[in-house]
Write a protein that binds this ligand. Structure first.
Ligand SMILES: Nc1ncnc2c1ncn2[C@@H]1O[C@H](COP(=O)(O)OP(=O)(O)OP(=O)(O)O)[C@@H](O)[C@H]1O
Ligand SMILES: [Mg+2]
Length: 293
């Protein structure tokens, strides 16, 4: 496996005693598109924030997070060169995280700040080449005509597409998307997921996307990692995620994941085999459908 994301022995206890991540070990190959699923509170956001180096893991363990061979955090300490590593990581949030009063183009240009001398980034002086790159990224996500509008005037789906354009301008090797469609209507959700799938396919960008809905995960992501109470309870092809397996893994909470998010139809893939496992079994496929970049 040409590993891009390497996680070992990741544990997190919050100050209130909550054990939010339990011994996470995970490798994601370059160019994979992986869905992170799990009921509310299962640890999806916490895991993504650890991967981005926004939160440090417990200090007592030999935890390790690496992106493309570079350390994000180790043994509960964020690496001192985290800004450099983070420049390779595009983060897409449920709430878009754009600067509302700034034009869309400027929001997207923020993705190129890490390549500029400090004085240019401080004064937000962008050259013609950078502007062209940002316009191109907006065209790729289908909202070039909105480039001069304030971000606050865009629809939710358009704002999320602008946030993805920002990661394109950034040249991110990996996009971590935390419930990017949770606030969107079905049509906008479809567009956002298709854009994520396209940058994965066309740019070889590795995508890890947390989702509440299994039907969306199955449609767009060949591999699914399922969390329950901070633990990986399934890691394998999304086609294997039948309602029966989800019920075995999550009990009544499975209904939350099985609720269709949009017009994408039934959750179970026809003919998919059924695996019923005692909790907290971890299902792991040795031969994952890893896509080469
Ligand atoms: N800063 C914090 N302090 C204390 N507990 C926290 C903190 N952040 C998260 N938690 C707890 O850790 C657990 C995992 O939370 P997390 O937000 O990662 O879940 P999630 O899977 O993203 O849920 P959702 O689907 O609702 O977004 C939850 O029990 C949550 O209450
Ligand atoms: Mg979350």
């Amino acid at each position: 496996m040409n590993t891009l994301l390497h996680i070992r022995q990741l544990n997190k206890h919050f100050a209130n005693g909550r054990h939010a991540l339990r011994d996470i070990n995970l490798d994601v190959a370059r160019g994979e598109m992986v869905a992170l699923i799990g009921a509310s509170g299962s640890g999806k956001s916490t895991l993504l924030r650890h991967i981005a180096g926004l939160v440090a893991a417990d200090g007592a363990t030999q935890s390790l997070v690496e992106i493309d061979g570079r350390c994000v955090q180790q043994g509960g300490r964020i690496h001192r060169d985290i800004r450099q590593v983070r420049s390779q990581v595009g983060f897409v949030f449920q709430q878009f995280n754009l600067v509302a009063r700034l034009p869309v183009l400027v929001n997207v240009l923020v993705g190129s700040l890490h390549r500029m001398p400090w004085w240019r980034s401080w004064m937000r002086i962008f050259n013609a080449q950078e502007r062209a790159l940002a316009l191109d990224a907006l065209a790729r996500v289908g909202i070039a005509d909105c480039h001069a509008q304030r971000a606050s005037t865009l629809s939710g789906g358009q704002q999320q597409r602008a946030a993805i354009a920002r990661t394109l301008v950034q040249g991110a090797k990996v996009v971590l998307a935390d419930e990017p469609i949770a606030s969107l209507d079905p049509e906008s959700s479809r567009k956002v997921m298709e854009i994520l799938a396209r940058i994965n396919r066309e740019d070889g960008c590795t995508v890890v996307v947390s989702l509440h809905q299994v039907d969306i995960a199955m449609k767009y992501c060949p591999r699914v990692v399922a969390l329950n109470q901070g633990q990986v309870v399934f890691d394998g092809p999304s086609s294997a995620l039948t309602p029966e397996l989800l019920h075995a893994l999550y009990g009544v909470q499975a209904e939350e994941l099985l609720r269709p998010a949009g017009p994408t139809g039934p959750v179970a893939a026809e003919g998919a085999s059924v695996h019923v496992l005692p909790q907290p079994a971890v299902v792991s496929w040795a031969t994952r459908p890893a896509k080469a970049a």
